[in-house]
Design a protein around this ligand. Structure first.
Ligand code: UN1
Length: 511
């Protein structure tokens, strides 16, 4: 499957990928063995960057930036349009690599590539809309405006769980903004990164633009730490854990660079007494177990009105019991494996902690490899908090399918519980009441404290058109749609004196 997908994209003999050496590559420090999470078996070895190749890569990207910024933005948009078309062509093949490498089920893997195509389309339109403002000057015979200029080579750090689309959120916008991109992907998903970057750069090269998209793959000590400290990169956009984001934020701030952080979430859905429970159960199921609970937007906490908690839970437990867990590449599978053994350990440790803290596991919670598979499978779990509503483990983001259930009586209490965690990425409310929904979205900022707030929808599955990201320990950055592009440009305020006289602002006389 992997070989076929690479062949279909003309990548079977890529110098970084070795499909035969997988088994004995572990001893070479500059080779990373990639495993299939569904089988636990090695599927490829990937060549890593060392210090020298890292420096060269950034140098090439910095040189390419100087050429690329001279290309008018709408013409840059045409290159991005061609890149989007190429991803359309290879959607299934890239999806197959994502499935093989991180265990995402086919429809979600292909859906991720669709997200890349969507953001490419968005970026093409944007390439004619990088609008600045004009503003009236207080001085006669003066004009004022602001313009947005290319920023530089941009460093992008991405996580394993969206190994294709998160790069695209950054790279497609950066490209129309006149920036080049240096990408450090997760070491758990280098094959997707190689395929993705090669496809994009192949198109750019065919338009005469070398080194727009550069890949640096390596260990944190060799590549990651250098990248975040590198003053040649004015912006580092990082998606991943809060722990990683704190390190990136600290190092980039020290050199007074810019960082755009999209970090962990501990997302809750509030279900009111008047909610459509069938609709809520369906939405929550996807949000909680989709991608095997490994989205930053996964629903991790349910806050349910005490009058409907039993009814909702019985629907959910039934749905959880019938969800097909298995080979992520097989039709009908809804839940694939976790990404690696460490993730399984994290899952089991959280379930054990929940039990110790008085939680009741209503369904799932076991390690469980389906017949014929030896990978990192678990049964998605629902854990009911004790009557005290206290379950400290629920304050942590365990990157696995565990849904903690709390109850409330008073709608204000529900919002307070929803906002009580350290992260602030995504949130949802299920209700038929316009008043309760609007209260949740209150313009005073007293509702959800998250970057994403949904009504009658699960917490995951954002469209690319909106700005994506969150507050508090989620890092504050916004990627993807809306005006996120501004992060990839520098703003210049221009004042022009055409009066033939010198006039000072604020009425100052200096004669
Ligand atoms: C992530 O998990 O890092 O909203 C990104 C969603 C997807 C993106 C998730 N569009 O669930």
């Amino acid at each position: 499957m992997l070989r076929n997908a690479l062949n279909a994209m003309g990548l079977s003999s890529h110098p970084r990928i070795n499909l035969d050496l997988a088994a004995n590559a572990a001893s070479d420090a500059l080779l990373e063995v990639v495993s299939n999470p569904a089988t636990g078996k090695a599927i490829a070895a990937v060549k890593l960057d060392d210090e020298r190749s890292y420096y060269e890569a950034i140098g090439r990207s910095a040189a390419a930036f100087k050429r690329w910024r001279e290309i008018p933005a709408p013409v840059r948009g045409q290159v991005v349009r061609a890149i989007g078309d190429e991803f359309r062509k290879h959607k299934q093949s890239i999806g197959a690599i994502i499935t093989a490498e991180v265990g995402k089920i086919t429809s979600e893997a292909v859906g991720e590539v669709q997200e890349t195509i969507d953001i490419a389309d968005f970026a093409v339109g944007l390439s004619r809309q990088l609008y600045g403002l004009t503003m009236p000057s207080e001085r006669p015979g003066h004009a004022m405006r602001e313009q947005w200029l290319p920023l530089g080579p941009i460093g992008v750090i991405s996580a394993f769980n969206f190994p294709n689309a998160v790069w695209a959120w950054n790279a497609m916008l950066a490209a129309v903004c006149g920036d080049t991109v240096v990408w450090k992907p997760s070491l758990l998903a280098p094959l997707t990164a190689i395929a993705t970057n090669t496809i994009a750069q192949r198109v750019a090269s065919s338009w005469g633009h070398e080194d727009l998209f550069t890949l640096v793959i390596g260990r944190d000590e060799v590549v990651g730490e250098r990248l975040i400290a590198d003053t040649r990169l004015p912006l580092i956009s990082a998606t991943g854990s809060c722990r990683m984001g704190k390190r990136v934020g600290e190092v980039v701030a020290k050199r007074l660079g810019r960082s755009l952080l999209e970090l962990g979430g501990n997302n809750a859905a509030i279900v009111h007494e008047d909610a459509d429970l069938d609709l809520a159960a369906r939405a929550i199921l996807f949000a909680a177990v989709g991608t095997c609970g490994q989205r930053c937007t996964t629903t991790r906490r349910l806050i349910v009105h005490e009058k409907v908690v039993d009814a909702l839970l019985s629907k959910l437990v039934k749905a959880y019991s019938s969800v097909r867990i298995g080979d992520p590449g097989a039709e009908g599978t809804l839940v694939g494996p976790l990404v690696n053994a460490r993730a399984v350990e994290g899952f089991s440790a959280a379930i054990a902690a929940a039990r110790t803290q008085g939680g009741t596991v209503l369904v799932g919670g076991e390690k469980d490899a389906p017949a014929g598979l030896s990978g990192y499978f678990v049964q998605p779990a629902i854990v009911r908090a004790p009557a005290s509503n206290k379950l400290p483990i629920a304050n942590e983001e365990t990157f696995a399918p565990i849904l903690y259930v709390f109850t409330f009586r008073d709608p204000e209490e529900a919002i307070e519980m929803q906002n009580s965690v350290a992260q602030g990425l995504s949130s949802a409310i299920f209700t038929r009441s316009a008043a309760l929904a609007e209260r949740f979205l209150s313009p005073a900022g007293t509702g959800s404290d998250c970057g994403l707030a949904y009504v009658n929808m699960g917490t995951s599955g954002a469209e690319i058109g909106g700005a994506f990201g969150g507050e508090k320990e989620t890092g504050g950055g916004r990627e993807s749609g809306s005006d996120s592009w501004k992060a990839y440009m520098r703003r210049q305020t221009c004042s022009i004196n055409f009066s033939g006289k010198i006039e000072l602002a604020q009425g100052i006389r200096f004669e």
